[in-house]
Ligand binder design. Structure first.
Ligand SMILES: Cc1cc2nc3c(=O)[nH]c(=O)nc-3n(C[C@H](O)[C@H](O)[C@H](O)COP(=O)(O)OP(=O)(O)OC[C@H]3O[C@@H](n4cnc5c(N)ncnc54)[C@H](O)[C@@H]3O)c2cc1C
Length: 308
């Protein structure tokens, strides 16, 4: 089969499963990342049900199409030539939130802020830390996202996901092997579709007070007005990445449109028309100069996808 025939075939197969409007071809990923950077995806699917994900995974396997998963795109750098193959992007079509007692069940596309607010409204504590993290709950489980001493691993009860062969599997908390910004999903490549949280009954005003405190802290310290992917680097043991970068005198350092934020050195921002190449070069330069200054080699927390 020629390449063009294969592409037509694959498209027809995807179209048989995903309705028009939720299947995009050659879609610029700069529209789907908080960095506002990234070339096109060959195919981008916005799933609305677990069953659809199973079916597209089977097609992708049959045609040997690589699959990349996107939540809200708030922890990723998509390279300038984009992503070959299929991108499955979780959003509002899979974002239902419901609860029974202290247990919340959320679709992987539900935004953390919405889950935290839902929990607060129902007098359920434990998700306050997540109020200002601009990710989906699926992405947050994948990353074991955390802030202000809270982490997803403290509240996740179980996860339902679809594996590469299209089978649906339920992962209990011990199967998820959470670590610092790590979960088993980084190794098993299953698609997180639904997340169950186990929270605790608390007074609503107490929960809201904590959420307000965290929001004020974030607004004061982080460059939320500029496109970024949050903290560029992981926290090295015994240090803070932002402090090391600041001490090396790198606040404001720029490559093309990418810049070390002057407000918070831990963030690289898109100061205007930055390319992924600009960001990659700036990351390398920061790593080199911080290592020279402190002997610590920073490791990126931001995950890179696609082709340069
Ligand atoms: C201003 C700002 C502040 C931030 N503050 C914090 C913070 O305080 N703490 C923190 O931990 N992070 C923070 N982040 C980073 C980011 O918001 C989190 O890592 C978030 O959990 C990522 O979620 P996402 O839905 O955007 O995932 P994406 O960025 O879309 O994806 C991240 C990774 O998860 C994978 N993934 C996403 N969804 C799924 C799924 N359903 N199934 C399988 N894999 C999936 C992707 O393939 C990718 O590897 C911040 C980012 C910004 C821009």
């Amino acid at each position: 089969m020629t390449t063009n025939n294969k592409q037509d075939d694959v498209l027809l197969k995807f179209q048989s499963v995903i309705p028009e409007g939720r299947l995009l071809v050659n879609e610029p990923l700069s529209r789907h990342t908080t960095f506002k950077i990234g070339g096109p995806a060959d195919y981008l699917i916005l799933p609305a049900a677990i069953d659809e994900i199973s079916k597209v995974m089977v097609i992708a396997k049959e045609y040997k199409i690589p699959v990349t998963i996107l939540g809200n795109g708030s922890n990723i750098l998509v390279l300038d030539k984009g992503i070959r193959g299929l991108v499955i992007k979780f959003g509002s079509d899979m974002s239902d939130i419901k609860h029974s007692g202290a247990r919340i069940c959320a679709g992987a596309g539900a935004m953390l802020a919405d889950v935290s607010s839902y929990a607060a409204k129902h007098g359920l504590g434990g998700m306050e830390f997540a109020i200002g993290i601009p990710g989906s709950i699926g992405g947050a489980v994948f990353m074991n996202a955390g802030a202000y001493s809270g982490e997803m691993c403290q509240v996740v009860h179980a996860v339902s996901g679809v594996c590469a062969d299209g089978d649906v599997k339920r992962f209990a908390q011990p199967d998820i092997s959470f670590g610092y910004r790590h979960s088993a999903f980084q190794d098993n490549h299953c698609v997180i579709c639904e997340v169950e949280l186990e929270l605790t009954q608390q007074e609503q005003p107490m929960i809201e007070q904590k959420m307000n405190e965290y929001t004020v802290k974030r607004e004061t310290k982080q460059p939320l007005e500029m496109p970024s992917a949050g903290s560029t680097f992981k926290r090295p043991p015994g240090h803070f990445a932002g402090t090391l970068i600041e001490e090396a005198g790198l606040k404001g350092l720029a490559v093309g449109g990418a810049q070390v934020s002057k407000k918070h050195a831990g963030f690289i921002i898109n100061a205007g028309s930055a390319t992924a190449q600009d960001v990659l070069e700036l990351i390398k330069e920061v790593q080199r100069r911080v290592y020279e200054h402190s002997g610590v080699m920073l490791q990126p927390e931001v995950r890179t996808y696609g082709q340069e």
